[in-house]
Write a protein that binds this ligand. Sequence first.
Ligand code: PEP
Ligand code: MN
Length: 275
Amino acid sequence: MIESLATMETTSLSKTRLVTLAPDLEVGGEDVILMAGPCSVETYEQTRAVAEAVHRAGGRVLRGGAFKPRTSPHTFSGLGIEGLQILRAVADEFGLLVITEALGVENIPQVMEYGDIIQIGSRNMQHFPLLWAAGETDKPILLKRGFMATIDEWLAAADHIATRGNERIILCERGIRSFDTATRNVLDTNAIALIKQTTHYPVIGDPSHSTGRTDLVIPAARAAIAAGADGLLVEFHPNPAEALSDGEQALPLDSLPQFVDEVGRIAAAMGRTLS
Ligand code: PEP
Ligand code: MN
């Protein structure tokens, strides 16, 4: 393994450093943090409906993309600033925090103004100027694993953020590419366990992008928690069939209580609580 900032100081179990999201909310401790919301912010009504459901289910963090990295340029690429404003408004109404992606360096000040956690996407894991810009902020950073990146490359990317002064880094395992086309990606539970055992970074799982299939999201979420994940990033939509992005992996809003119940039972088995 490359000697990373994260591995230099820690060799034994449970060395995860807490990343504080709010005075009463931190990632890396006993609570498994649920970050839930739509893939993309589409409308005020859609985003508000999700925020209300997240709040009702006891969630604290609303996810949603305003700047979307889409494989095809002919698909919906997000509402931009208007999307950030919608996220902030509905999150404030329900007392939620906002996690949203900064797609380029120019989005960092915008996401800082409207968001609470800066997400760096899989395709940008080695976008070094973006990592440096994130490292110069004081916001928590969620660094997704590149879908073709090794764990060493991922940790080195985290070091690019940390060496600029920001150590409030949360890693996110969102699935890696494999030969098998039955699922969108493969959730690397090995990586979650390895990160927990060898680094001080909290790590969360993304069962939505790793499976690409609604019917596999709950089982993958349970597997991530069982492997030691400190949280989950999960896509929900009021009407997945009509979603402008990633509808095939979105859970319908009315499944949120079932999600919390089924995944919460694994958290409890691990001596943790889902919040
Ligand atoms: C997302 O979270 O909506 C997203 C684009 O994820 P990823 O960067 O993992 O593809
Ligand atoms: Mn998505």
